[in-house]
Design a protein. Structure first.
Ligand SMILES: C[S@@+](CC[C@H](N)C(=O)[O-])C[C@H]1O[C@@H](n2cnc3c(N)ncnc32)[C@H](O)[C@@H]1O
Length: 366
């Protein structure tokens, strides 16, 4: 049985006993409480102090003294954390559990937790309206934009920080692994169009990796201003140029003359029809021997249940906050939207970085 079939088994059987299922249902019912307590246990230093005490453990009085918070509040957090499974108690002393360890130290957990709290938490209150209207109704907690991308450069600094940390966490692990797939002798790419290039991470990685490459980043003006500053600081102005545009305006043609088009974690920001429209414009922009590369994470292509879970839950951010009509896709739904524009997949590479799949596409011969 291959890995993908193995993953789908997680979603095709109900494995829990009745007791486990009832416990899980309580975790869901108290979900926001569990989330906030775990976050405060991490941020207040309580979890850290308990971990640092090792086998010895700490009493509540020890903890109150170390973190300088009221006794009542610390008691509430500790008792809740026992139920959550972050800590255990023996002889009136608290010690950390494995789950507590991951809340403190696991990079994926921390990036997800900050993203959910800073970017999503308040806006998720409007999920039911977002589902009904197909609009990101939760975005109003930050401002009056059609999509979060229009407002990204104006979000409060701590919100931006968590958004970028989340976005970059996934691309940072994928980019080094994927560079040799793109810039090899066979492809011979000299000019690349990076659509949705954001703050210029891929452009910078590409120019460092391959001295013969020049890149044009296409994105919304707000993001390109951030990218421009970075590129200038690094002295890469002669290698990287910018094409500000709102890609949702289908009347705007794409620039031409590129050997390949690159889209990383980009098309998931759009509905199926919008993906097809963007791919149609890619089709018009490249020559018949040109390529389009798509780097995406699909929940059905993951090796681990937790990875699929993260992607399935991230979709809800797109619904309530980002744009109301896109998601982290199942690969078959995404593939249909892409191929409708007249492309075929000529190479597929899975398990890149944490969770990505790379597709190399070319125009279908007519
Ligand atoms: C999730 S980020 C991906 C960034 C980067 N490619 C990466 O792999 O980390 C999506 C990018 O798409 C851009 N984007 C979203 N909607 C857009 C639109 N309507 N027009 C142009 N760019 C858009 C955003 O500004 C953002 O930079």
């Amino acid at each position: 049985m291959n890995l993908i079939n193995l993953l789908m088994q997680f979603f095709s059987t109900d494995k829990k006993s009745a007791l486990e299922a009832k416990n899980m249902a309580q975790f869901i019912a108290f979900g926001p409480v569990i989330f906030q307590v775990a976050r405060i246990m991490r941020n207040s230093g309580i979890l850290h102090e308990i971990e640092a005490s090792g086998k010895e453990g700490l009493t509540i009085e020890d903890i109150v003294e170390k973190v300088q918070l009221p006794h009542y509040g610390v008691r509430i957090l500790l008792e809740s954390s026992l139920g959550i499974g972050l800590i255990v108690i023996n002889d009136n002393k608290y010690r950390i559990t494995k789950t507590g360890h991951f809340i403190l130290h696991d990079a994926l957990t921390n990036v997800n937790m900050d993203f959910i709290h800073d970017v999503n938490y308040n806006g998720l209150f409007y999920l039911d309206e977002s589902i009904k209207n197909g609009k990101p109704e939760g975005l109003k907690v930050f401002g009056n934009w059609q999509t979060i991308y229009e407002g990204l450069s104006q979000l409060p600094k701590h919100v931006q920080k968590s958004w970028f940390a989340f976005d970059h966490f996934f691309s940072d692990t994928a980019f080094p692994a994927v560079l040799p797939h793109i810039y090899n002798k066979k492809n011979n790419i000299k000019k690349l169009l990076d659509i949705g290039g954001n703050t210029g991470k891929w452009a910078i990685a590409s120019t460092k990796y391959n001295p013969g490459i020049s890149i044009t980043i296409m994105d919304l003006p707000g993001q390109l201003n951030i990218a421009k500053n970075r590129i200038e600081e690094l002295g890469l102005n002669d290698r990287v140029s910018f094409h500000p545009t709102n890609i949702l305006d289908a009347s705007q043609p794409f620039p031409k003359g590129f050997d390949a088009i690159w889209m990383s974690q980009f098309l998931d920001c759009f509905s199926e029809d919008e993906i097809t429209s963007i791919m149609q414009r890619c089709y018009d922009a490249i020559d018949d021997d040109g390529f389009v590369y798509i780097l995406e994470a699909y929940w059905d292509k993951q090796r681990f249940e937790a990875a699929a879970f993260c992607l399935q839950q991230t979709s809800v951010y797109f619904t309530a906050l980002a744009n109301g009509n896109s998601q982290m896709y199942h690969s078959e739904i995404f593939k249909a939207a892409v191929l409708r524009a007249g492309f075929e997949i000529v190479e597929e590479t899975n398990n890149i970085g944490l969770s990505h799949t790379l597709w190399k596409l070319k125009k279908v011969n007519k």
